[in-house]
Each structure stands twice: as structure tokens, then as C-alpha cells.
Design a binder for this molecule. Structure first.
Ligand code: COA
Length: 361
């Protein structure tokens, strides 16, 4: 049976996460994430996905220390990153820098320790490259700060406020894992050949780079900026749909109702920053777009996806648009590595078939 894009085909059995797209539910290791993500730290979320349960105090301290100790860049990485052309985008930089990590340490089988190292170093790669491009001195990771706070510190040079860290941390936990999406599938396919974790993650980063997967938040900012004021929302949205364009931040392969992560982020944003004009605009655009989509695309069940409110959070922490997808990558690395670990536990090489529809001469 041929199914384009493998839509609806079960490609693996997993205990990592479960999505009920009809009901709008996302579960990490048996626990519903909405309500939980707002209370956890990045380190707890990562531990849960890798190990399958929430850490006790001692385990939490241990994983915090391990993540902290693995933040540094190798000499090879700094040399490679510095030698890349200035115009190279951050996702390509990440893909290349992670490749430069490859060594015998990463030979089969993948381990949680390897996953911790790759997770710990991604924010530092992003911050190092950003400092090079903007000709700012590079700030070494701050040992006093947790994973999310340190990322913001390295990017901005100041100790971020609790509210800002909370917003980013909730975003990062909510986007750590999402079932058999294209990048997790890429990672599992690469790992299924008994290739190393670095190669699997490099495949995943390349897949994440595409605008249909990881690129939406920048598109949402463009949309919000083009709309500018609430009174223009309906006309801009209608014009885009008439031209056959897709509205960035709407629609999802799996969720056929509201994305639970979008709801959690919207709540978090309101809780942290109160009503501000850009949030008001985002709320109005969301409402208008859903109404217009119902009319123009009846029966398609198109709602806001996580990227819509992620864009609002990114804006509230003043993150440049080009860092949106890399920041998404800094959280999704947890899910990718969890998938590779699971794949390695019961590995069979992926080998689907293709249906020949060409000529036979
Ligand atoms: N804006 C307008 N129309 C949309 C739409 C959007 N964001 N998303 C889907 N549609 C429409 C399609 O044009 C199609 O209409 P048709 O039946 O008249 O041809 C119908 O809904 C089904 O689209 P399809 O592409 O098959 O849906 P999908 O579920 O396979 O696609 C996405 C999912 C995410 C690829 C798609 O919704 C999209 O491109 N969204 C914008 C990008 C985005 O926000 N990505 C981030 C995902 S986290």
C-alpha cells in the first residue's frame, strides 16, 4: 500500500510520547504535558524523556551537574565554527558544528551520557556563533545558571529575569518531543543502520531546517508584522488565502483541534507578562484567522499550532528571528536523542519500499 508522506503509517512503537490529535492531548512518558510543563525545569523534562520517570532530588542534582559540565566547546568546534562563511544560517552552522563533535566516543550504542553532551553543547554553539557574527565577545557559560537561563545569559550578556526564563523554559519543555515527526524519524532511520548518535542528530537537524517543520515561528513574526494593527488582520489574512498561501502558525499534521502546547504557551505568556499590545495583536490574529479559515477552508479543522505562540514568546525575550529554529532545536535535541536510545534498544534497520511508476521499456 502506498501512502504519500507516510501519513498515518505506524513506523515504530514508542514509550516516549503520545499525541491524541483529535482530543488535543500530548503525553510525555505517561504524563499529560499541559499543566506539567509549566512546573518543570528543562533538566527535569529532559530526565523524564531520557529515563522514563521524574528525577528525585539527587538524580536532579546529578543531571544538572552533567549538563553544566558538558557545555564547553571543543577546540575543533570553535575552529570549524569560526571558519564557516558569515552568511551561513544558524541551522547549517549547528549541523556542521555537531558533526565536528563526532569521534570514537560516539560509536554504537548510543547512551544517555552522549545525549547529555549534545544537549548541553547546542546553546553554546548558538551563542558562540552569534557572538562571532555580531562581533561581540563570547561569554563563557555561567555555572550558576540552569540550562535555559544560561542560554539566555550567553545570548544577551545579562542575567535574565525569572519571568523571561520561565517563558523560555516552558517553551523548551513543550517542544522537546513530539512523536514520529520528520526529524525524529530521520534520527531513527540514521540510528537504525547502527550509525552513531552524532550522525543521527546531524540528520535530524538537517530535517528540522525545512520551513514546513522548524521554520514557522519566523513566518509568524512576518505575518504579525505585516498585519501590524488589529484592524488589518482580516484583509491581510483573506488576501494571503486568496493567493493560495498558507498562514504560518496554523494547521498541524496531527492536531485536528487546538494544539495543547499552544494553549499552555498562551497561558504562560499571559501569566508572565500580562496583556501587552503585541500579545493583544497575536490573540486577535488567532481569532480572526480561525474564523476566516473555517469559511475559506471548511472542514479542514485548522487551528493555531505551537509555533504561533512560540513566536510571541520569542518576541517577548527579544530573540532575533534567525534564532527561533535553532532554539527549537536546542529543546528538540532531547526528543531526538530519546528516540535514538529507544531505537537502539530494539533495532531493526528501516527499509520501506517504493512503488515503481515509471516506464518499462
Ligand atoms: N493556512 C492555510 N491553509 C492551510 C494551512 C494554513 N496554515 N494549513 C493547511 N491548509 C489547508 C491546505 O491548503 C489544504 O487545503 P485544500 O484541501 O484546499 O488543498 C488543507 O488545509 C490540508 O492541507 P495539508 O497541507 O494537507 O495539511 P497537513 O495537515 O498535511 O499540513 C502543515 C500540515 C503544518 C504542513 C500545514 O498546515 C502548513 O503548512 N502550515 C503552515 C506552516 C506551519 O505553521 N508549520 C509549523 C508546524 S508545527
Amino acid at each position: 500500500m502506498y501512502q504519500q508522506g507516510l501519513k498515518g503509517i505506524v513506523a515504530a512503537q514508542t514509550k516516549i510520547s503520545h499525541i491524541d490529535g483529535e482530543k488535543g492531548i500530548l503525553i510525555y512518558r505517561g504524563r499529560e504535558i499541559r499543566g506539567l510543563a509549566e512546573r518543570l525545569s528543562f533538566e527535569e523534562g529532559a530526565f523524564l524523556l531520557w529515563r522514563g520517570y521524574l528525577p528525585n532530588a539527587e538524580e536532579l542534582q546529578e543531571i544538572k551537574t552533567q549538563l553544566l559540565q558538558n557545555r564547553g566547546l571543543t577546540q575543533t568546534m570553535t575552529t570549524v565554527i569560526s571558519s564557516l562563511p558569515e552568511e551561513m544560517d544558524m541551522m547549517s552552522v549547528l549541523r556542521t558544528a555537531i558533526s565536528a563533535e563526532g569521534s570514537a566516543v560516539y560509536s554504537w550504542k548510543p547512551s544517555v551520557d552522549q545525549a547529555i553532551r549534545l544537549t548541553a553543547v547546542i546553546p553554546t554553539i548558538i551563542a558562540y556563533r552569534s557572538s562571532l557574527i555580531s562581533k561581540r565577545p563570547f561569554l563563557e557559560p555561567n555555572k550558576k545558571l540552569g540550562h535555559a537561563a544560561n542560554y539566555l545569559y550567553m545570548l544577551t550578556g545579562s542575567t535574565p529575569s525569572k519571568a523571561v526564563v520561565n517563558a523560555l523554559e516552558t517553551y523548551m519543555i513543550l517542544t522537546m518531543e513530539h512523536g514520529m515527526n520528520a526529524s525524529a524519524f530521520s534520527a531513527r532511520v540514521t540510528a537504525s543502520t547502527e550509525s552513531d548518535l552524532v550522525s543521527a542528530i546531524t540528520s535530524a537537524i538537517g530535517t528540522m531546517k525545512g520551513p514546513l517543520h522548524g521554520g514557522a515561528p519566523s513566518g509568524v513574526i512576518d505575518l504579525l508584522e505585516e498585519i501590524g494593527t488589529p484592524d488589518r488582520a482580516e484583509s491581510v489574512i483573506r488576501e494571503k488565502l486568496q493567493k493560495g498561501e498558507k498562514l504560518m502558525g496554523f494547521g498541524h499534521r496531527v492536531y485536528k483541534t487546538h494544539d495543547p502546547r499552544a494553549i499552555a504557551l498562551r497561558n504562560k505568556l499571559m501569566e508572565e507578562s500580562g496583556a501587552d499590545s503585541s500579545l493583544d495583536l497575536a490573540l486577535h490574529v488567532e481569532e480572526t484567522a480561525i474564523e476566516v479559515l473555517k469559511e475559506v477552508k471548511p472542514g479542514r479543522a485548522l487551528y493555531t499550532n505551537v509555533e504561533f505562540y512560540a513566536a510571541a514568546i520569542m518576541k517577548s525575550i527579544n530573540l532575533q528571528a534567525e534564532l527561533f529554529t535553532p532554539t527549537f532545536t536546542a529543546s528538540r535535541i532531547v526528543g531526538w536523542t530519546a528516540h535514538v536510545l529507544e531505537q537502539a534498544e530494539n533495532n531493526v534497520i528501516f527499509r520501506p519500499q517504493s512503488e515503481y511508476v515509471g516506464e518499462i521499456l
